[in-house]
Design a protein around this ligand. Structure first.
Ligand code: LLP
Length: 429
């Protein structure tokens, strides 16, 4: 579900009028719906309830403390990829004992931090990493819980930058050598082999690749359970969301909608639960985008219109530094005016930002209703990999983030100040 809809001709998030909100916060601004995030968490949890299942939210998708706190209070665990994310999770009240630590390049400092915090598991991505974790744990006189990440060599059929489960990707340990890797890891004195992990990619819109990967890996998990007594199998994240009919609830019918079929929890659960249940192990999921993607939007204001011989550009006050997905992955985000258009007429436009790069666009040749300078537009499905991938490029300030809860809105991060931008910098004498 999502909670963005027109009411009385103005886009709302839950009970909050977004035009009025932007009058207060200024533009651009990220807005998240608490109800949507909770709905996604609870429905996924319920869908998997036949299993002993732990959801470890992929912190990287949206790591604002308020969002992490929301999920921590629901009992969620967290999948982290850095010391910084562990720091955030702890600050937000998350339980380190429910944290898995992914990533191909964990540093000594991060490993020490995670050992001190008592995380659930290091999801190790190479044998060299396992040996290093063993060494660091040995120096501390502790035992490190680990899972190995297997690369099952399954095509996730997603964008090449977010596909991770093929042999040519840098992630995980090759399926063909994973048994030997377990054997060696199990002999290390400061390592306890606790589980097996995999993650084949992100924004998967069909169940096929998940099913193929789980079917391929389940026999291995059975073997590892038997041989080393592993306790969990993490099937990673990757559940895709719909980016093209985000306001499908009868409003915003003016644009050319592609019929994108969402991968539903029902389909995910009904296919995977029967394959996983016989293992009788803890099953970990690491959803990121699914949890927060459709729960957030970015609102930006149109500054200027420029009509060229080839194109019409609408220049907005947000840039690729605020939301990089279109530039980096040619990611599609639906765009709707904050004030519901009175006419169904559309024209093809490019929505571009102020950054000095040709890649600085949010839409190209997109049929949109008439929008003029001063109008506000909402870039939808921006809750995941939106703000977290923002940068200060062009010395532009981070936009604020707002969490809506019913009729109330909370600024969960104010707009950065110019002082913030330079406060850590030093001019030597
Ligand atoms: N687990 C691991 C080990 C991961 O690497 C990732 C995402 C996830 C879980 C969560 O995947 P999700 O459920 O969100 O698909 N910035 C890109 C996506 C990068 C995903 C990286 N890894 C984008 O904007 O599309």
């Amino acid at each position: 579900m999502h909670s963005f809809e027109y009411k009385g001709g103005v886009l709302h998030c839950e009970g909050v009028n977004l035009d009025e909100l932007v009058n207060e916060t200024g533009s651009p601004v990220y807005v998240y719906s608490k109800a949507t995030i909770l709905d996604h968490y609870r429905r996924l949890s319920a869908g998997m309830s036949e299993l002993d299942c732990l959801i470890c939210y992929a912190t990287k998708a949206n790591s604002n403390l308020a969002i992490l706190n929301l999920l921590a209070k629901e009992g969620s665990g967290f999948d982290i990829v850095s010391g910084g994310e562990l720091y955030r999770v702890e600050k937000a009240g998350g339980d380190p004992g429910k944290c898995t630590f992914a990533g191909v390049g964990k540093t000594r400092e991060e490993i020490e931090m995670a050992l001190d915090a008592g995380i659930l598991s290091f999801n190790a991505e190479s044998e060299a990493e396992v040996e290093f974790i063993n060494q660091v744990a040995g120096e501390k006189g502790v035992i490190a819980p680990i899972a190995l990440r297997v690369n099952p060599n399954v095509d996730a059929k997603t964008h090449k930058y977010i596909s991770t489960g093929k042999s040519e990707n840098k992630f995980g340990i090759d399926f063909s050598i994973i048994r030997e890797a377990y054997e060696r890891a199990s002999k290390l004195p400061h390592i306890k082999v606790q589980g097996l992990q995999m993650h084949i990619g992100s924004q998967l819109t069909s169940i096929g690749p998940f099913e193929e990967a789980v079917k391929k890996v389940v026999p291995l998990v059975e073997e590892l359970k038997e041989r080393y007594g592993i306790e969990f199998f993490s099937i990673g994240g990757g559940m895709g969301i719909v980016y093209t009919d985000s306001l499908a609830s009868g409003v915003g019918q003016w644009w050319d909608k592609k019929e994108e079929k969402p991968l539903t929890i029902e389909e995910y659960a009904s296919t995977l639960v029967p394959l996983l249940k016989p293992l009788d192990l803890k099953i970990i999921l690491e959803p990121g985008r699914f949890m927060v993607g459709n729960a957030g939007i970015m609102i930006t204001e149109v500054l200027y219109e420029k009509r060229g011989s080839a194109k019409t550009f609408k220049i907005v006050d947000a840039g690729m530094n605020d939301l990089i997905r279109p530039a980096l992955y040619e990611g599609h985000h639906d765009i709707v005016p904050v004030k519901e258009p009175s006419s169904f007429a559309t024209e093809p436009v490019d929505i571009v930002g102020p950054v000095c790069e040709s890649g600085d666009f949010f839409a190209q040749n997109r049929e949109l209703p008439e929008i003029q300078a001063g109008d506000r537009i909402a870039i939808l499905s921006a809750g995941a990999y939106g703000f977290v991938m923002a940068s200060n490029y062009n010395t532009r300030r981070f936009p604020p983030e707002v969490l809506v809860d019913g009729e109330k809105s909370h600024i969960i991060r104010p707009r950065q100040s110019y002082e913030d931008l330079v406060s850590a910098e030093v001019i030597p004498d």
